[in-house]
Write a protein that binds this ligand. Structure first.
Ligand code: AHR
Length: 533
């Protein structure tokens, strides 16, 4: 969002009424958008997902097995499928994460009773007594079934750390070759899938600087070239190279420089991944129990992603001025210290509150504003892990506040980005790091056909913001509808016992010619849908 120079402090901002605006009140924020002059398309894939063989993500979260009493479709939790369809989940990244670089795909094919039990990278992270090995009941066929049920594109992370180019190429052939052409395709057909899977998105390793092989960027670049040079291109591929640990203190620019330097003269990847966790693992910020400074700390630290994207993009431009390679933020989310797991074996599951919903909205607005740079992004992780949309344990199930943000933002998918201009006040806040100033509203807008979507977040714990939005360039609205996600308690969450505590409500809006007036409550996210005349 671009801002003009008029700022007001929290003390000076007029308190807007929640339920409706008095026309006599001057608006706190004056916003203009020009739908006739849109920018780049927001790839639907930036609203993507990530699931890993970790804790309770796959087993129980998604895979309950065909004989389970929990309603399922051929072993896959039905409620999960229904909810993922509802948010039009565009893609799913699997099988890891760190798990991917220890995974051998052949372990997960063939009759379920013949699949081996193998070591899982994450089993040692579970408490004693729950350190079960990988059962391999969920393999590539089950993953593809899940993708088909949801209508999502598969994004498969291949094993570079402990695998080989041959193992990778065989997996690609197994997935993508037409039956009747090569033996691996016939094997796939024999295992129940005659039609090729048509996997386009391939990750060549994961966090190769860490759990994926502890490599230096130059070493990884050499591996990357070996893995992709003979890639069996049945379906036009989109190859994603391992990128930086974006949440490092220095943003890890050295990885990007080192990788692209070593790639000089060779075909660059289609995608370059960034992992960006708003990382409190070694911090005192807890997931469910916090005060105002921790609320703002999460939002401020999450907002650093914008700079990280810009910095890596500009570094990549030094080697690739035409920007053939796009960014893939294939893991993002707020990561809290252990302590709020839904059960001991469900490691990395955590309480998700309204604060995380605001973080999600602000992250999506960053992605939308950088639609020219970002080809895909995947929340880490969709269910029972870190920044989840869902929590599930046995027959218990809840949609977290984050789910509702995905739902509210879906209209941006595939739309064209439209810049927001205007006069937005700033508020004084106090985070753990000390006093700071935050825009009283931040957000993004897009247009698709005759429908404009505007999403805005008010991070303040104290002050509502009244806003007047004007469509410029002769555009007018026939209809305007609004939704709001908020709660009187900043720590509000959805639990198994109370799954609908945080959910969207209708936001009152008033249309006056080419202007739309509304109030954004404190600690809230709003989504407006405008039907243009
Ligand atoms: O999402 C959990 C873990 O975080 C992933 O396995 C790894 O890639 C990252 O460090």
């Amino acid at each position: 969002m671009r801002r003009r120079t008029f700022f007001r402090t929290a003390a000076g901002a007029a308190a807007a009424e929640w339920g409706g605006l008095s026309p006599a009140l001057a608006a706190d924020a004056e916003i203009e958008i020009a739908p006739g002059n849109p920018g780049p398309v927001i790839s639907p894939n930036v609203y993507g997902h990530f699931i890993e063989h970790l804790g309770g993500v796959i087993y129980d979260g998604i895979w309950v097995g065909p004989n389970s009493k929990i309603p399922n479709v051929e072993g896959i939790r039905r409620q999960f499928v229904d909810d993922m369809k509802r948010i039009a989940a565009p893609n799913l990244r699997w099988p890891g994460g760190c798990f991917a670089d220890g995974y051998h795909w052949r372990d997960g094919i063939g009759g379920s009773d013949r699949r081996p039990r193998t070591y899982n990278y994450w089993q040692r992270g579970r408490p004693a007594g729950t350190q079960t090995p990988e059962t391999n009941q969920f393999g590539i066929h089950e993953f593809m079934r899940l993708c088909r049920l949801i209508g999502a594109q598969p994004y498969v992370a291949a094993n570079v750390g402990s695998g080989s180019p041959k193992e990778f190429h065989d997996w690609v052939v197994y997935c993508n070759a037409p039956a009747g052409t090569v033996s691996l395709a016939d094997e796939r057909a024999g295992n129940g899938d005659n039609e090729p899977f048509g996997v386009r998105f391939w990750g060549v390793g994961n966090e190769s600087w860490g759990c994926g092989g502890a490599m230096r960027p130059g070493e990884y670049a050499t591996q990357y070239r070996k893995f992709v040079t003979q890639f069996p291109a049945y379906a036009p591929p989109f190859l994603v190279a391992t990128g930086p640990r974006g949440h490092s203190a220095d943003g890890d620019i050295g990885w990007t420089t080192g990788f692209f330097e070593e790639m000089r003269g060779f075909m660059p990847p289609d995608g370059f991944s960034i992992h960006f966790y708003t990382d409190f693992r070694r911090d005192r910020v807890k997931s469910g129990d916090f005060g105002a400074p921790e609320w703002y700390e999460v939002l401020l630290r999450g907002a650093r992603l914008e700079k990280v994207i810009q910095n890596h993009w500009s570094e990549m431009g030094k080697f690739d001025p035409a920007h053939r390679t796009k960014l893939v933020v294939d893991e993002w989310g707020v990561w809290y210290p252990a302590g709020s797991e839904i059960a001991p074996a469900y490691i990395l599951s955590q309480t998700i509150t309204l604060r995380d919903a605001l973080h999600t909205a602000m992250t999506f607005d960053i992605f939308n504003r950088h639609a020219d740079k970002i080809a895909m992004a995947n929340v880490a992780q969709t269910i029972n892990c870190i920044h989840s949309l869902f929590l599930a344990r046995g027959d218990q199930y809840a949609r977290t506040p984050v789910f509702h943000v995905f739902d509210m933002y879906r209209a941006h998918m595939g739309g064209q980005f439209v810049p927001i201009e205007g006069r937005i006040p700033e508020v004084n806040i106090s985070s753990l790091a000390g006093p700071a100033r935050l825009a009283a509203l931040s957000g993004s807008a897009s247009i698709r056909g005759r429908r404009v979507t505007v999403t805005l977040t008010n991070p303040s714990l104290d002050t509502a913001v009244s806003a007047r939005l004007r469509l410029t360039g002769g555009a007018g609205a026939l209809e305007a509808r609004g939704a709001v996600l908020t709660h009187s308690d900043m720590r509000a969450t959805n639990t198994f016992a109370n799954p609908d505590e945080v959910k969207p409500a209708v936001l009152p809006v008033r249309m006056r010619g080419d202007t739309i007036e509304f109030a954004v409550p404190k600690q809230a996210i709003i989504a407006l849908e405008l039907q243009l005349s």
